[in-house]
Every structure is written in structure tokens, then in C-alpha cells.
Write a protein that binds this ligand. Structure first.
Ligand code: RIB
Length: 301
């Protein structure tokens, strides 16, 4: 059976602390609130895709502990096939400590991978990976596992290089669409982190890969770079963000379902920009994951 989107990646328990402003290096700030919620870039992307379409599967590992089982249950309740998410004894479920600014929702994240680093190449040799129309990956699981999944894929391969690390050229060659944020792209291109103009981001994208790139630019929307074509900037709908955690994950999930539907890259990116903008109006990495009709309304409104 063909599957729309399969996500290979991480599942984390997010421990969230609200702050008036993010701390600097070596600085202590006092939090304003605490909470926990399901997270992990992979699972967030699967949850976002599952909110938009049926036929989404997740492949990953959690600890055989209460956090791990609750992460599986959360995804399952969102309609995601979790039969390839494996509870693993002897390692804890991955956790992420996230500071979120009370005003504007900017965040800072530290991840302890736990069971995510136990995801082996053999774990991704499953039908959900082989038959997916779109295989969606990030870098919170071992690179050798990412590579094995890419090798097994028969559909479109989308890679969100987060957190960024040096990627072998032969792996990048197998990626159809690379989806970094601005900071991740500058890291991959060996450039200092700063605010870049879209034309500078397009030049960096072309240096990093010959394949298609969609750069997520936060409140500036997204930039679509396809070969020698003129790069396209897609502005987001106007929203009032309360928490930007997971907005990039929602973007990746939405982009992948749109590509699985057969949409062209720029049209798919427009759909994903709207979905990601809407997702920032709720608290937490999966605070408000829009359904398909909400995204379509935002696109026409
Ligand atoms: O992209 C946001 C996610 O990054 C969080 O949910 C956290 O778990 C980390 O993986």
C-alpha cells in the first residue's frame, strides 16, 4: 500500500520555561511559567502532517518509560501510524529543555537525545519508508540511520537539516528538497549567523546543493530556490505569534503533504508557509496544528 508521508526522526518530551527574555551565555534568568508537552522535530512534523492528511507514519524510538508511551499515544491520537515507533529499554525518552520568550514567542532549545540516538539503520528498513510518496527526515537521529532511510526510499526525499551538521555530498545528492532555516543554511554554507537578504540566502543554497531548497525565514516567510530559476519569496499571512516553537516542523510536515498531493514546490511552500504561521498562534511545539480547511481559508483570506 502506498503511504503519503513517512517521517523518520525524533520524539522528545519538551520541558518548557517561559521567560521575559532569552538568557545570554553564562546568564541566569528567572522563568515566568513551566510546562511540558510532546515534541521532537520528527514527531512534531508527523503530527503536523497528520493534522492535514491521512496516511502519515512515524518511524523512531522512545524509552520504555511513561514519557515514551505518552508520546506514542499522542501521535496515535492524531491519526499517525506509530507501528514503527519502538519503545526501547535501557535508555530514557529524549527530552528538550525549551526557554520561550513571553512576548513574541522566540525560543532557545537544548536537546538530550536519549532513545533517539538508538534508532539504527535496520529500524528504517520497513515498508512505510520504502513506499512513502514523501520521506521526511531531520538530524536528531544518527546520520547513518538517516542515510539508510534515504537509500531505502522510493519517493520524494525531504531533509530538514536540524540541528545542522556537515552532510556528505552523496547524501545531499539523494535529497530532493532541503528545508533549512536561515541559521541552519548559514551553518551548512560556512557563513556567520546574521540576517541575510533573500538573494544572499539563494546564493548560499546553491553553494550547499544543486537540488531544490526551501529556506524558512520566520516572520519573513520562506524562500524557494530551484536551480537557475528566479528565487521566490513567499510571505506569510498576518498572525499574532505566541510561541514559534515547532513552526519549522509544521512547515516541513505541511510541505511534505502538499508534495505528496503532487503540487509543485512553490505552491506547496505557499501552503506550508500558511500552516506554519497559523501554528505559531498556539503554545508549545504542537500548540495549534491547523487542519487542511483552516490552511486553505488562510490562503484565500
Ligand atoms: O523544533 C522544535 C523541537 O525541537 C522541539 O519540540 C524539541 O523537542 C526539539 O526537538
Amino acid at each position: 500500500m502506498s503511504r503519503a508521508v513517512t517521517v523518520v526522526g525524533s520524539l522528545n518530551l519538551d520541558l518548557i520555561v517561559g521567560v521575559h527574555r532569552l538568557p545570554g551565555r553564562g546568564e541566569t534568568v528567572v522563568g515566568t511559567r513551566t510546562g511540558s508537552s510532546p515534541g521532537g522535530k520528527g514527531a512534531n512534523q508527523a503530527a503536523a502532517a497528520g493534522a492535514l492528511r491521512s496516511g502519515v507514519a512515524m518511524v523512531g524510538r522512545v524509552g520504555d518509560d511513561s514519557a515514551g508511551h505518552s508520546l506514542i499515544a499522542d501521535l496515535e491520537a492524531r491519526g499517525v501510524d506509530v507501528s514503527a515507533v519502538l519503545p526501547t529499554s535501557g535508555v530514557p525518552t529524549g527530552t528538550a529543555t525549551i526557554a520561550v520568550e513571553d512576548s513574541g514567542g522566540e525560543n532557545l532549545i537544548v536537546v538530550a537525545p536519549g532513545a533517539n540516538h538508538a534508532l539504527r539503520p535496520a529500524d528504517v528498513d520497513v515498508p512505510a519508508v520504502r513506499v512513502a510518496k514523501v520521506l521526511l527526515l531531520q538530524l536528531e537521529v544518527p546520520l547513518e540511520t538517516v542515510r539508510a532511510a534515504v537509500d531505502a526510499a522510493s519517493g520524494i526525499v525531504v531533509l530538514n537539516p536540524a540541528p545542522p551538521q556537515a552532510l556528505p555530498a552523496d547524501l545531499l545528492d539523494r535529497v530532493d528538497v532541503l528545508v533549512p532555516n536561515e541559521w541552519e543554511l548559514s551553518q551548512l554554507a560556512g557563513e556567520p549567523p546574521r540576517l541575510y537578504e533573500p538573494r544572499e540566502l539563494a546564493a548560499m543554497s546553491r553553494r550547499v546543493t544543486l537540488g531544490d531548497v526551501v529556506v524558512t525565514m520566520g516572520a519573513r516567510g520562506a524562500l524557494v530556490v530551484q536551480g537557475t530559476r528566479e528565487p521566490v519569496v513567499i510571505a506569510p499571512p498576518v498572525v499574532t505569534p505566541v510561541d514559534t516553537t515547532g513552526a519549522g516542523d509544521c512547515f516541513c510536515g505541511a510541505l511534505s503533504v502538499a508534495l505528496a498531493d503532487g503540487l509543485g514546490l512553490a505552491v506547496a511552500a505557499r501552503y506550508a508557509v500558511a500552516a506554519a504561521a497559523l501554528s505559531t498562534t498556539g503554545v508549545g511545539a504542537r500548540g495549534l496544528l491547523p487542519d487542511d480547511s483552516t490552511v486553505r481559508t488562510a490562503l484565500t483570506g
